[in-house]
Ligand binder design. Sequence first.
Ligand code: 13P
Ligand code: ZN
Length: 296
Amino acid sequence: METPSIFDRGIEKVKNVVSEASVEQRGFIKAIARTCYDGWLQGWHEGNGGNLSYRMTPEETSACRSYFSETVGEWVGLGVRAVGLQNECFVVTAQGAQFRNVMLDPASCLGIVEVNPTGDAYRNVWGFKGGGQPTSEFTSHFINHSVRKAVTNGSCRIVYHAHPTSAIALGSVLQNDSKKLSRALWQSLAESILLLPEGIGATKRLAPGSIELAGATSELMEKTSSVLWPHHGVICSANDLDSALGLMHTIEKASAIYLQAAAAKRGASGPDMPTDADLRSVAEAFGVTLEEKYLG
Ligand code: 13P
Ligand code: ZN
């Protein structure tokens, strides 16, 4: 192959800079970077912990398409076929990226992937500068987007995974049991009744990044927006970034309140908690219905 001239290389460099800057300046990229930093400030993203994905709107995709790489990556098989995600584009955090750095360098810490027309493979079309790849949990994000898009009639656009301290600790204390966890959240903070009336699901302890973890999470996400990964973290889904961060925050805060109240009781019979009748009346005031199987 002919070696490109200095001129051609110069043009290529300018094109890359323009492509980077043009996508980085979009409101949705800035909002994702800010959310990542907000999560970092909460202490939920030690090292490269956590990942986030956003399903772009058709308008955002067409506005960015001319800045996608001319030499797009190879199709990468996902080992699963997701219903309803054919040809969709996602912004995804890069594997190994640190949430505190996304705002400083979006084109390295984030990338855009496009799903193929059969919904079982993706390719990188923007970002991942320096040879990055989508998060190691991308299979989970992908299947969960498929499930949540279907159950929310297309409203859900965010899947967000974090390592919130108290929620992980509460999981250990309550044997990572969905019913005990859901009740503890509802009883500790009324806001969690409003945001999470369907309760929180918990998977078994499964390997991070595994297809088994992705599958178990998506089964739970048929019924709930939020799932605890025992001794690892929480993954939640929402329509927009503020709702995703707010949901994670509510789960974490309710967990912290439960643990603090239980610790303050020091071995007594446990914190004084609202009864089922109390929980039902808060739910009624909020106009939501609590998942019945987690009551009683
Ligand atoms: P990634 O850096 O691949 O996103 O992994 C972080 C993580 O939290 C895995 O569960
Ligand atoms: Zn994790």
